[in-house]
Ligand binder design. Structure first.
Ligand SMILES: O=C(O)CCC(=O)C(=O)O
Length: 266
């Protein structure tokens, strides 16, 4: 692999090596450092911000998601699948700091990658993983996943996970595996907005000691800019695979092509 580290930081310079399997040739690793934050570009529009959140910020996020999850309605108990509970919420229903962390990460990514659109998220999907099981390969092609090529901004808190992304290089598809650690953020927008991705597994042994919630090992927050569905959140709170939703999900994942309209399965 030819990896070029471009260090732009003023205060400290950090170049974090990519941990990838079978990386495409000529992939550049750009690294921008502000405090211990380092930005890695995997492909245009596909960026990891390492150490985007400090430990106290991660704790704040987790306290907030624990509180949201404990609500009687729209809490973690209301929706999800075995091993993964979920909340879908408007950003303006959450403490402003959470969106600020996402916007700050998006700005850091856009500063390094000119193909990463600027984003002010309107909604967030919070996933709470309670086992080592991850999430299957899929593309975020649904009407609540963000309009146009606005990035998905994914904050990872708690145990590390192995995160898979399917890269395309010279007409070939290549699986790339990166580790996401607590406080890291991965973004996919612009030309990578519809990249196929998966959580391959959650590494339970890496759960930080400060994580209070006894039943969770990892929490991810995927922020998206979806103004077109504002006011319709109730349709997206559950991911109930009955009533044809499973078939719609499988068919759309198989058949959807870039340029097609976003899909409605709910
Ligand atoms: O939890 C994660 O890291 C991935 C979440 C995700 O891909 C999704 O909810 O679509």
């Amino acid at each position: 692999m030819r990896a070029v580290a471009l260090v732009l930081g003023l205060l400290s310079s950090t170049s974090t090596a990519l941990s990838v399997s079978a990386p495409p040739a000529n992939r550049n690793v750009h690294s921008k450092s502000v405090r211990p934050m380092a930005v890695e570009t995997l492909a245009p529009g596909l960026v990891i911000v390492r150490g985007a959140l400090s430990e106290s910020e991660q704790r704040l996020v987790l306290r907030t998601t624990d509180e949201l999850g404990a609500r009687e309605s729209n809490g973690f108990a209301a929706a999800g699948t075995p091993g993964r509970a979920r909340i879908y919420e408007r950003c303006d229903e959450l403490p402003a700091e959470l969106s600020d962390f996402a916007i700050r990460s998006s700005q850091a990514a856009s500063a390094v990658d000119p193909e990463m659109p600027a984003c002010v998220p309107s909604h967030v999907l919070i996933n709470k993983y309670t086992t080592a099981d991850g999430l299957q390969w899929h593309r975020d092609i649904y009407s609540n996943d963000g309009d146009a090529d606005m990035p998905i901004i994914l904050l990872s808190i708690g145990a590390s996970c192995r995160f898979g992304v399917m890269l395309s290089s010279a007409g070939k598809r290549e699986r790339c595996v990166v580790s996401l650690h607590s406080g890291d953020v991965i973004l996919f927008g612009g030309p990578s907005r519809f990249v196929e991705h998966a959580v391959l597994d959650v590494q339970l042994g890496t759960r930080p000691a400060w994580m209070a919630s006894p039943d969770s090992c990892r929490v991810s927050l995927t922020f998206r800019e979806s103004p077109s569905i504002l006011g319709h959140e109730d349709r997206f709170r559950k991911f109930d695979l009955s009533n044809g939703v499973k078939e719609c999900f499988e068919r759309s994942q198989r058949e959807w092509r870039e340029g097609d309209p976003l899909v409605e399965c709910n």
